[in-house]
Every structure is written in structure tokens, then in C-alpha cells.
Design a protein around this ligand. Sequence first.
Ligand code: ATP
Ligand code: MG
Length: 400
Amino acid sequence: MLPEDAARRQLVERAARDILGGAGYRRIETPAFEATELFVRTIGEATDIVRKEMYTFDDGGGRSLTLRPEGTAPVCRAYLEHGMHKLPKPVKLWYLSSFFRAEAPQKGRYRQFWQIGAEAIGSDTPETDAEIVALLAELLEVIGAHQIRLRLSSLGTPETRAEYREELGRYLHANEERLSSDVRERIDLNPLRAFDSSDPATRDAMREAPVLLDRLDDADAEHFTRVRELLDDVGIRYEIDPTLVRGLDYYTRTVFEFESAALGAQSGVGGGGRYDRLMEQIGGPQTPAVGFAAGVERILMAAGEPEVEAPLVDLFVAVAAGEGSRDAWKLSRDARRAGLTAQSELAGRSLKGQLRHADRIGARYVAIVGDRTEVSLKDMESGEQRELPLAGVIGAVRGT
Ligand code: ATP
Ligand code: MG
């Protein structure tokens, strides 16, 4: 991450602080690695992430650890371990952290990348789902991501899903000859991924496949209707996509994904959903929850890598000759302690070189310190220069 990238990332951080903080979400950071078991159990053994994208290593003490590929399971682990269930519900948390996946690096896809995420833990109301979707929508809007499309669906409960998987499996087996080989191989392992295939014949076959959204039980269907109404109420547009499957197994009910047509191949900007059973899977009490995660690099790409303004330099302290360097060193330090942004000459340039440098970094004022007790203070915008005692420089710059 280069300095320009860091400055852009701060845009995301500031927007998150305003938007998520404004809705009562508090920041959390978990360790960069966790017990491998945590991810295998929650993300699911048949998923791409667990099958081939995790950086897993032995820590030398017989423990298998994994660099975090995602943030939800670690946040839930921390929630349980630190007794956060005693806090008023829902417990609202956000994070901005780096994640790791063993993938072929390309534009928008890296082995180490950043995600901004939020989790609302302890509530099963559709209002919470709608809030999570709306917060990510607002974040993308404020940062300026272009050509955003929101896909929405519901996965129901694991029970409905299990029945549906069997139905889908039967359909896929009956149509095996139309499917690509990798989809065929995974029929029993993960039939839902068949909807993700880019193979034309497979896509053709999937058009007539049964969809889970038509199989939801009454409570799940009602929950989904309510989420849609709430999004309609605030004018958030979405497309219902019954084939939306997420790359993690822990989702229940609402799932969603934001995409940007401005991104090309890696079009996914962020997504999330409800995960009402995850907490139980890691040994906690039944705790409904919903969250989102979005890729920071992809948000910024979709926003056209926004220009960030160079930081303001109030004062550059230049040295005219000899003894002045000690006064200059003290002056720049005092100026910073008085709340100004100030730099002094560190490269041994000539006075002319120093003035050119001050101009390049956009300094508002340059103080030229020499052997005399008087200092020249130059206003870089007007070019006006005046003499004043060393002790008066900070006051003069602050007074402007
Ligand atoms: P994709 O389909 O692009 O692989 P995903 O479904 O694996 O995405 P999620 O697990 O939902 O992604 O992660 C949420 C977001 O994190 C993605 O929408 C994307 O913006 C970002 N993301 C995921 N993997 C990477 C990566 N390797 N490099 C950069 N960003 C990533
Ligand atoms: Mg992926």
C-alpha cells in the first residue's frame, strides 16, 4: 500500500466512522490469524475458500492456524469469548482489516486485501437486515462508487435448503449431459454453485432448474417480504436474484451482493446476509445476526480511484546560513506543538532550492532563519515578505 493508497483508504475509514459510527456501530479488530477449525466449520468444507484459498500453517506447537480469509467468524468468536451477549441487543460492530486468500492475483483480486465490514448481532428482525443493506449502500454512495447494482435473495433455513439441495441434485443428475465437468463433479458436494457457472450449456440447463426462493417456508417468506418493503420505503433499488449464492455456507434467510459494472471481471464490491446459526456452530447459544463485508480496493476502483488532496503545510522553515539551522529545528517543532503543520529543511538544499521545495509541497508560509535574531516570513501566495522576531513567527502564521 503506497502513500496515495493510504490516503484513499482514509476516505473509506472516515466514511465508515461517520456512517457506521453514526448508526451506533463500534469498531472491532480481531487477530490476523485464528484456529483453522473456526473457518472450516463456519465457512464450510465444500466452499472455494476452505477448499483452496486459505493460508494454513502449523505454528510449531502442533496447532493449525489460518490467516483470516474473512471477518464474520472471527468477530463471532470474539463476541462469545468476551461475553458481548451481555450487552444491549443488537451488538453492532464494524471492522476495517486486511484479509488473506490464496488466489491468482489480478486487478481487483489480491492475496492480501482489505475489507470494510459490519455485523449486527443478537436481533432477528427484518429491520436489522434492511439496516445492514442500507448502510453498505450509503457507504458506496458517499465514497462515490459508480454503476452499482444490488442483488437480493433469501436462502431460508438450513432445513429448507437441505430439502431444496436434494431436489436440485435430482434435477442436476437428470440433466448431467448438459453440465460442464466441474459442475457435474460437484453435484453432490455443492449443487448450488451450479448457478455460478459461466459455461453456456450449463447456464442454459440452469434456467429451468428449481429455485430455492420458491421453496421458502412461511416465516422465511414473510421475513423476506418485509426486508423488501423496508428497502422500498427508503428508495433502495434491488433486483431479486433467486440464483444468488454466496461463497460462504453460513448464511440463512437474507443474502445480498453489490456489484459495479465499472469493475470488469471482478465485479463484486461487497455483500453479506443473515447468519442465524453461525454462533451455535462455534459452540455459542442461538444468536441471530446479520452483516456485510465489502472489498476496500474494489470500492475505490469502482469510485475511479478518487483524488485525495495533498495535506496542508502551514509552514516551511528554511535556513539561510550557518547557525540558523538550530533555530529552524526548534521553530518547526514548536510550530507543530502549537497545532500547525510544519516541516524544516532536511536535505541540505541551497536557500533557492529550499524555496522551490516549499513551493512544491504547497507550503503557505516560509520562515527564513539565519544568523540574525530577525526572521523573514514569506507568504507564498502573495509573495509578500516581512521581517519579524523569531518568537513572533508562530503567532503570525496562526493569526492568518
Ligand atoms: P469474488 O466472487 O470476487 O471472489 P467473493 O464472493 O469471494 O468475491 P466475499 O467473500 O463475499 O467475496 O468478500 C466480500 C468482498 O471482498 C468481495 O465482494 C470483494 O469486494 C472483496 N474480495 C474478496 N476476495 C478478494 C480478493 N482476493 N482481493 C480483493 N478483494 C476481494
Ligand atoms: Mg472469491
